[in-house]
Design a protein. Structure first.
Length: 432
């Protein structure tokens, strides 16, 4: 058994015993109450699932195993440019411990060894029209690899429930290892005439992803390390994480579970929002006929957008009530490496202009920017101008968190998720 798997097994056994004892003693204790508004509002804020890898506080933002993003940038092993290695975050999310450089190097090597994509998966991608949306290609490719699922094979052979976590871990490691290769293949096929770039075995997971996309600027390597770290997880209630969790709870294999999660990520109310942000900014610049708008011009355009009944993409969040720490991490990166970029300057001006306007409406709970408000400008600077691909980048990142969380779900023996539904007739009979 490899060292990370062994450590995970020991942690899971210990927590599983504690949870079992707690349920025996206090299993009927009440945690939450559901309002009628929550019933019709997408279960917003209802505490109804366990997610071990991260938690989201409305004021402090995301914490990974208790660590904030600034703390992770300080404590996790780093790449050559100073940003944290996503391998380190995966280790932390899986076992709750900050890894050493040696442990991160081991994990990088593991992912390199597991990274070969099935030939039939690439052939299947090539069967799709080149103008197929990158997320459709991505979901299709992920689902196709279910044919190689270790979990599915061992389940069919007969597998004790207490061992479900083991083959799930193997699938999770294989899936994470392959995703950058699949994503880069889709990118080069869709936007660069199928001129693919071979993997570089000397690079870490995120840097190699940047290399295969086609940019060997060391600063871009570092951006991909930061990007994949801060997009990796956002507790379990968001649509892509929750969908993955629900599908996996049926004991569907990890590839199908993650394909389902990526189908959810592709929606404009979720992961597709990063595409919508940069499109909105480009449309604003085109409408204003300038690449360097003033704050007054931006404010006027914001008011026009709101007057049409439209939202300002990248602003507002279902939970957060302060600027998203993931936005601030990207802003810090930009201040360090590309503060004079005109598009970045526009993003910062929008940041100054939009929150006061939204606050003035008196009905916006969170006027602050979320992670999507900044990422597009950074990607454009480094040549990733094709905004329809941005959600695929998000998807590669999100695998780190949801696969770690689902290893825990299988280790703890969490059951199929099956909440009770009611009809509107029942509601009116109760409250009418």
């Amino acid at each position: 058994m490899d060292p990370l798997k062994q450590l995970f097994y020991e942690k899971a056994q210990a927590l599983g015993a504690e949870v079992k004892a707690l349920l025996k003693e206090k299993g009927t204790a009440k945690i939450d109450e559901v309002s009628l508004k929550q019933l019709y509002g997408g279960a917003r804020g209802v505490k109804m699932m366990v997610w071990e890898t991260s938690s989201l506080d409305p004021h402090e933002g995301i914490r990974f195993r208790g660590y904030s993003i600034p703390q992770l940038r300080e404590l996790l092993p780093k790449g050559s440019g100073g940003e944290p290695l996503p391998e380190g975050l995966f280790w932390l999310m899986l076992v709750g411990e900050i890894p050493s450089q040696e442990q991160v190097d081991w994990l990088s090597a593991q992912w390199r060894a597991r990274s070969e994509v099935p030939a039939y998966t690439l052939q299947m991608i090539d069967m799709l029209p080149t103008d197929t949306h990158p997320m459709v290609q991505f979901v299709t490719a992920i689902a196709s690899m279910a044919n190689q699922s270790v979990f599915a094979q061992r389940y069919d052979e007969g597998l004790a429930k207490t061992s479900y976590w083991d083959p799930f871990y193997e699938d999770a490691m294989n899936l994470i290892a392959r995703l950058p290769h699949i994503a880069a293949y889709i990118y080069r096929r869709s936007f660069h005439g199928g001129k693919h770039i071979p993997s570089d075995a000397s690079l870490d997971w995120a840097a190699n992803f940047a290399h295969m996309l086609g940019n060997d600027d060391p600063v871009f390597y570092d951006l991909m390390r930061l990007y994949t770290t801060i997009h990796s997880d956002h507790e379990g209630g968001n649509a892509s994480a929750h969908t993955t969790h629900v599908v996996a709870s049926t004991l569907s294999n990890p590839y199908l579970a993650y394909a389902g999660g990526m189908a959810a990520l592709a929606g404009p109310l979720h992961g597709l929002a990063n595409q919508e942000v940069i499109k909105w900014i480009f449309h604003m610049l085109e409408t204003l006929d300038t690449q360097t708008p003033t704050k007054e011009q931006i404010a006027e355009y914001v008011h026009e957008t709101l007057a049409k009944g439209q939202v300002i993409p990248g602003y507002g969040h279902a939970v957060l009530r302060r600027p998203d720490p993931r936005f601030l991490a990207q802003k810090h990166f930009a201040e360090t490496h590309l503060k004079d970029d005109p598009l970045v300057q526009v993003v910062w001006k929008v940041f100054e202009v939009v929150p006061p306007i939204l606050q003035g409406l008196g009905k916006v709970a969170n006027p602050w920017p979320n992670v999507d408000a900044h990422s597009g400008a950074l990607l454009v600077h480094y040549g990733i101008t094709e905004c329809s691909f941005y959600t695929v980048l998000f998807g590669v990142s999100r695998a780190l968190g949801v696969m770690a969380a689902q290893c825990w779900a299988r280790a703890l023996g969490l059951p199929i998720e099956r909440p009770k539904s009611v009809t509107s007739q029942w509601v009116f009979e109760q409250f009418g």
